[in-house]
Design a protein around this ligand. Structure first.
Ligand code: HEM
Length: 147
């Protein structure tokens, strides 16, 4: 007998496969990107102390960031966290985000094919702008008054 029950088929695996083919990215490359990027961040004189003050155990953070980039870049749905609240109280402004992005761009081109690096950088830039906006909105006292 043939079942007539509707089948729920996710389009996600197909989208992930298409992005992988187009960008040359996969989970192993994203893992190298994340490990390489945070190794640089930890050595950075500006960003290093901001991260070290908040992250006692780097294992879970790196695992979470690999899930995050898998979700953002490959649309796998592996990340289920909330990035905005994690950043609201950080002592950062746009120059720190620029520094973060400079290290990210450098690492992306070191660890990924050029199309993959561009795919990642475009998303990182967009998220950095929206995190910075959320931080500015949560701390209106820091915005210079126009009056
Ligand atoms: C100056 C720039 C940045 C600084 C200093 C910073 C710092 C941090 C710190 C300290 C944490 C750990 C928070 C905690 O566990 O208590 C964190 C988490 C995280 N960050 Fe950033 N970050 C920056 C920019 C970004 C950008 C641009 C992205 C995305 C493109 C990003 C994505 C994330 C994500 C996904 C988490 C994990 C949130 C969670 O699920 O708990 N961060 N960040």
């Amino acid at each position: 007998m043939t079942s007539t029950a509707p089948q729920i088929v996710s389009a996600r695996p197909r989208m992930t496969a298409e992005i992988m083919a187009r960008t040359g990215l996969d989970e192993a490359r994203l893992a190298r990107l994340v490990d390489g990027f945070y190794a640089k961040v930890r050595r950075d004189p500006v960003l290093g102390p901001i991260f070290e003050a908040r992250i006692a155990d780097w294992g879970p953070h790196l695992a979470r960031m690999k899930d995050f980039w898998s979700s953002v870049a490959l649309m796998t749905g592996r990340y289920h966290g909330a990035p905005v609240p994690a950043h609201l109280d950080l002592p950062v402004d746009w120059p720190e985000f620029e520094r973060w992005l400079a290290l990210f761009r450098e690492t992306a081109f070191e660890t990924c094919p050029p199309d993959g690096a561009r795919h990642l950088i475009e998303r990182a830039e967009r998220i950095a702008r929206s995190l910075n906006m959320a931080i500015r909105n949560a701390n209106p006292g820091q915005v210079p008054s126009l009056l």
